[in-house]
Design a protein around this ligand. Sequence first.
Ligand code: G6Q
Length: 522
Amino acid sequence: MSLLNINPTSTASWKGLQDHFEEIKDVQMKSLFLEDSNRKKNMSRNFEDLNFDFSKNRMTKETMDLLLDLAKECKLDDAIAKYFEGDKINVTENRAVLHTALRNINNKPILVDGQDIMPEVHQTLEKIKGFTNQVVSGEFKGYSGKAFTDVVNIGIGGSDLGPNMVVEGLHYYKNHLKTHFVSNIDGDHVMEVIKELDPETTLFVIVSKTFTTQETLTNAETIKKWFLKSATEEDIQHNFVAVSTNLDKVKGFGIAEENIFTMWNWVGGRYSLWSAVGLSISLAVGFDNFKKFLDGAYAMDEHFKNTEFEDNIPVIMAVISIWYNNFFGSESEVVIPYTQYLEKLAPFLQQLSMESNGKSVDRNGDKVTYQTGNIIWGNSGTNVQHAFMQLVHQGTKLIPVDFIGFEESLYGNVDHHQKLMANFYAQAEALYAGKTAEEVHLDMKFTGDVQKINALLPFKVFDGNRPSNAFLMKKLSPRSLGALISSYEHKTFVQGIIWNIYSFDQFGVELGKELANKLLIK
Ligand code: G6Q
């Protein structure tokens, strides 16, 4: 069964939200905190060791109730059931959307076209496990009999961004294998990566669901040529493996059948890091950590599937974002993890959200008359405070922020961590509270120069009342990262449901590819 088709602007709650917006748009968060001494508690939710604090938003309980009513009127519950049960909710590609099955650990069958897919999922996981253990232990060797020292992931888009982000995100848990990523068709990219590699001790993982992607195939061919300068065609089977649905094309490349990891067309590229597309993650941090990463995502899936909307973290994340996008007219959201490990989180979330919800046609095929997908951007704190945060604090745009922080650092450097987290809290506070003219005055009083104070005053005032969410976890671990990513996946899903669009196709990336091919033929 397919998704229902409900225009969100036709619902009573949308109209209610429009009226409510007029009442609340100028309300100061400071007064909301004064009115409700339990606001922080009332507007925080816990999941395992994650605390999600959404109290610093320009909303009241009434706002949240209306937003959750909107989710109900858009039949989010029906959509969630269809999503997890494997209905073909990717209608335009006639596919189920089952990245959740890749981390599913209950024994209930999940049917696609009448077939239970779980046995295949488990077989592939076992294969990832066996292969990872063999490579990490040095039992699976390169063509000349030496153990591997390096792994190169060759892929692009969904076959690169997720694995790349997680390998870097879990660097603390890494083993001795060095992991590299080649994605861009830019030949300098591949040359820079291979120039220091030894073909004898490098394992190449070609990741391409379709095995037709121009960038990936060109890079794989270039690497193969470079490899064949020191090895033979026969040796390819020792140093190259592939992740794909296109078995014939992979075999045509020279890769042995047993070195092919399958994936399925019910997993979208940008949701595929949980499948064998995550092989480079498993190789980098070991299968046990990869499994913990999947388990964290599964726990968040269960929370999302089974929790009432008012306590459901991904649902709350999604509706807050809709509140700013569709009512305040915010165009973008910024995500700032206070850990250098997650420097690549923003590019990953950009693809996840913008490729999924960057649509302007609804499920009827009609042009939408309201805003959909928002622009996601970000980088790691505290670096961003010395860069783009100026615009978030004092610019003309209203840009909601997601701050992501951890109570403990991984190496236990307390001094650094206290400073890092002081900044994490201070940024949210500065956005919320701002700085009034009186406060600026007080600050500058000591100069005694009234003229100078008056001249500088307007530039030093911060309006405040700028919204943010805070995600606080105990520490960055495979499990916590899995849960965090899963929550953003479900946020994206909920938004697509409410906006009445199809989130799981990506026709928008095709035209440019076609034109590039035409230009090449000329
Ligand atoms: C993701 C997109 C896209 C895709 C790449 C790579 O959802 O579909 O980013 O992952 O185009 O595709 P292949 O894995 O088929 O090479």
